[in-house]
Design a protein around this ligand. Structure first.
Ligand code: FES
Ligand SMILES: [Fe+2]
Length: 381
């Protein structure tokens, strides 16, 4: 990495106008410079629709789910009126987190610090020992709202109060995913991976169009017709898809990765979901700092009853095997990106159109947001 470059110079060192045949990856400093990570938090993660939970977590009145997006503590909660709302999970008194459980159900949101309590619609209901305080309006001190919408099984939030609706953001993805009938599948289990790599290294690895599959994932490769692998890019998503073949060699993979086709979807910037027959897993990639990310895998199956348990466990362990193979490579890439020997790399025209899309969208987000302060919907001073 060249020392002494400004953020503007680092951003300018990527040419997003180059066609795939001439394109390079985003340069190494984008993956290793903490100033880029800060700018991503203010732009990419503060302006895009971000998955913060599952619809099944907030089905009933009072059910809530919490998450952190762009460093902001958030809570989404289903109101008594059936409406889903989201808020900054920050008490208007002295800023403690009001909801402290990852998910659950409540009739009122009570801050654990001094007992201020809020309705499921975010309005401030009660403040113990607050008589005599002047110029204080309860109605102006509700939880600060955040945009929230759902699509398929997923709850999305957007910190940008001016963001276009989720359907606009998803674009053609809605039509592409609808025939797969994802809502017929049921959540089964989650698995979290803490990885020593920038979050974009993990996304790049996902978006290489199967390039690494024959080399790194022998089991997975045995059920994919690699030569027929297709890559579609549109709007803000990429679909990588492959016809399936049967495998005798890798029995566990063959038994749990079935159907006519494998469908691998990525939605800019950090959400992926993978479908086989009767199977869905989602991967949410969360930046921790410039060198670390956390990836949350949620597994869904058609039968989540006791009768399906052995099969589902086998399927999750096949998933774990693939992830373990990927993690070692991602960590090696992060070390390599810090080497003086590396600047940027070229892209395979046959395989790496997804990465090219990702890098161009990212460049647009970063350049479009530079110098613009982030604001909440209200609660600004
Ligand atoms: S910080 Fe929540 S009641 Fe004081
Ligand atoms: Fe992989």
């Amino acid at each position: 990495m060249k020392k002494g470059m400004t953020v503007e110079q680092i951003l300018a060192s990527y040419n997003d106008a180059a066609p795939l045949t001439e394109a390079s990856t985003i340069p190494a400093p984008w993956y290793v410079d903490a100033r880029i990570a800060d700018l991503e938090r203010q732009t990419v993660f503060s302006r895009t629709w971000q998955v913060m939970g599952r619809v099944d977590q907030v089905e009933k009145p009072g059910q809530f789910v919490t998450a952190t997006v762009a460093g902001e503590p958030l809570v989404a909660v289903r109101g008594s009126d059936g409406m889903l709302r989201a808020f900054y999970n920050v008490c208007r008194h002295h800023a403690a987190a009001v909801v402290t459980e990852p998910c659950g159900q409540a009739s009122i949101l009570r801050c654990p610090y001094h007992g201020w309590n809020y309705g499921l619609d975010g309005t401030l209901k009660g403040m113990p020992e607050f008589d005599g305080v002047k110029n204080f309006e309860r109605k102006d001190n509700g939880l600060v709202p955040v945009k929230v919408e759902t699509w398929e099984q997923f709850v999305f939030v957007n910190l940008d109060a001016d963001a276009a609706p989720l359907a606009d953001y998803l674009g053609g993805l809605v039509r592409r995913v609808a025939p797969l009938g994802l809502t017929r599948l049921h959540y089964y289990a989650s698995q979290t991976y803490n990885i020593y790599c920038n979050w974009k290294v993990f996304v790049d690895n996902y978006l290489d169009g199967g390039y690494h599959v024959p080399h790194l994932h022998k089991g997975l490769n045995s059920v994919l017709d690699y030569k027929q692998y297709t890559i579609e890019i549109e709007d803000r998503y990429c679909l990588q898809s492959s016809p399936m073949v049967t495998s005798d060699e890798h029995a566990a993979t063959g038994a749990t990765r079935k159907g006519d086709r494998a469908w691998y979807f990525w939605l800019h910037p950090n959400f992926m979901f993978n479908c086989y027959e009767g199977y869905l897993d989602t991967n949410l990639v969360i930046p921790v700092d410039v060198d670390h990310c956390r990836v949350i895998f949620d597994y869904y199956f058609s039968d989540v009853s006791e009768a399906g348990r052995a099969y589902n466990e086998q399927s999750v362990s096949v998933g774990n095997q693939v992830q373990d193979e990927d993690l070692g490579i991602c960590e090696a890439v992060q070390r390599g990106l810090k080497s003086r020997a590396y600047g940027a790399g070229r892209l395979s025209v046959r395989r790496e159109a997804g990465e090219h899309l990702f890098h161009r969208l990212l460049a647009a987000d970063l350049r479009g947001g530079i110098g613009q302060p982030a604001t909440a919907c209200e609660g600004e001073i």
